[in-house]
Design a protein around this ligand. Structure first.
Ligand code: GDD
Ligand code: GTP
Length: 422
């Protein structure tokens, strides 16, 4: 039997994802029509023998519980949310809830960072883990030399795939093989984490140093780094699509890739040129996802890489490309939306133009990943990015909104360019 743990963080995480994470936890933000971590869950349920999924984080239960019930119903699998009393770090939560994870004596369990998007090769990862007799297996992928410094870097023995050296976000080059934040653990890991935990308690007791919560343990620095070279830590390098979800711009990028993956496993989720009744749905440039409860006018043009949420209304002559439109948003006649995220219940008036700057990985560099810049650069200016409207924003007719971020509940009265509208 197998289990999976998804680390979803808490309200203090996901700051680069604001304002989108202001009224919905980042792990529940819809990408290609599904909450981010529903893609993780869908990957888990395809693994033979996987019996339970545990979400571990510090969001208030009320914000996660509805999602958990929905998932349980939809996939008929055991899913539970375990709430940390405070952020315990990437290994502290695992250790705190060790009894729940060990319960039923699983052969191993997956740990998945909730803020990554990928074509998760979980079955392959588990076969590799078994074959190596590993304590921990890390899913790794290739990055550019320069970008590797922003990730966990892994040096391996090329013949055995054993991890010989692990450095989290090094200051100088270590390896272009990076940690994807997807792991398989054997149950013995709890004695390893337990030793780290006890050593820390002792240190705090003896030296009184400890500004952090005593149960706070970082998986990467405190567990993986010491395990490197011990013969227990292995890495499987994969070449399938993988990306972090840190900024709103990376949501547009992930949206495109998850839509593309639907061709393999969920064609029914992609909008087809002709509806079930035989009439043209709209002018369609694949790939597009439209929630069944959304209304799209037949003269609108959607795509490529557009997701339309429940209850949204897309008027006549509207053009939308590379964008995510959230629940109950209204895009009125002949408006244009490019490289943008339109918050729930927001309204874009007639003949308006809402446009952002795409932030894709550098296409000229093999293995380049998304850059995830903060909202502002060093001199305090806004980094060009996709345009984001928070929830309940209204954009008047015949205005232009370029590379801007609008906080929730704003009623704009004119055009804006490169601004944050608070
Ligand atoms: N439950 C819980 N509690 N989850 C947490 C906590 C916590 O205290 N802190 C972080 N997480 C979750 C986050 O929600 C996220 O899904 C994941 O753990 C990792 O978060 P970060 O701490 O922000 O790390 P990172 O994303 O910068 O780097 C990690 O992931 C990279 C791949 O995306 C590291 O593992 C890197 O080595 C790795 O390359
Ligand atoms: P490429 O598709 O990259 O060649 O760009 P483009 O110059 O054709 O158009 P642009 O990127 O500006 O816009 C994409 C689509 O939206 C095009 O099909 C345009 O015809 C259409 N479009 C552009 N501006 C407007 C507008 O203000 N309103 C509406 N309804 N459509 C527009």
């Amino acid at each position: 039997m197998l289990k999976a743990v998804i680390l979803i963080g808490g309200p203090q995480k996901g700051t680069r994802f604001r304002p989108l994470s202001l009224d919905i936890p980042k792990p529940l933000f819809p990408v290609a029509g599904l909450p981010v971590i529903q893609h993780h869950i869908e990957a888990c349920i395809t693994v033979d023998g996987l019996k339970e999924i545990l979400l571990v984080g510090s969001y208030p239960t009320a914000q996660i519980q509805q999602f958990v019930s929905d998932m349980q119903q939809q996939y008929n699998i055991n899913i539970r949310y375990l709430q940390e009393f405070t952020a315990l770090g990437t290994a502290g939560g695992l250790y705190h809830f060790r009894d729940q994870i060990r319960c039923g004596n699983p052969d191993a369990f997956f740990v998945m960072n909730g803020d990554v998007c990928a074509d998760f090769p979980l079955q392959e990862l588990y076969s590799f883990h078994k074959q190596k007799g590993a304590l921990v297996t890390i899913m790794g992928t290739e990055a550019t030399r320069q970008q590797s410094l922003k990730y966990g870097c892994i040096a391996t023995n090329k013949t055995t795939q054993e991890v010989t050296h692990y450095v989290e976000k090094p200051s100088s080059y270590v390896s272009t093989l990076i940690n994807c934040g997807i792991y398989v653990f054997s149950l013995d890991i709890f004695s390893t984490i337990g030793e780290a935990f006890n050593a820390k308690q002792l240190d705090i007791y003896r030296n009184g140093n400890g500004t952090k919560e005593t149960g706070f343990i970082q998986l990467e620095q405190e567990i993986l780094t010491p395990l490197a070279g011990s013969g227990k830590l292995f890495a499987l390098q994969v070449s399938s699509w993988w990306s972090q979800l840190k900024t709103a711009g990376s949501a547009i990028y992930a949206n495109r890739h998850y839509l593309e993956l639907y061709h393999k496993k969920h064609c029914e989720r992609l909008l087809q040129h002709i509806s079930d009744k035989g009439d043209a749905v709209c002018n369609l440039i694949p790939d597009v996802y439209v929630h069944p409860t959304a209304t799209v006018h037949p003269t609108a043009t959607l795509g490529p890489n557009v997701s339309i949420g429940p209850g949204a209304t897309i008027g006549p002559g509207v053009r939308i490309r590379e964008s995510i439109i959230l629940a109950d948003a209204v895009i009125e006649n002949h408006s244009l939306v490019l490289h943008s995220i339109i918050g729930h219940n927001s309204k874009v008036g007639r003949w308006a133009r809402v446009e952002g700057t795409p932030s894709d990985p550098d296409p000229n560099k093999p293995f380049a990943k998304m850059e995830n810049p903060p909202l502002f650069n060093h001199d305090g200016r806004l980094n060009p990015s996709i345009t984001i409207l928070g929830g309940f924003v209204s954009v008047p007719s015949e205005t232009i909104l370029l590379n801007s971020v609008v906080l929730p509940h704003k009623e704009l009265t004119r055009s804006f360019k490169n601004e944050i509208i608070l």
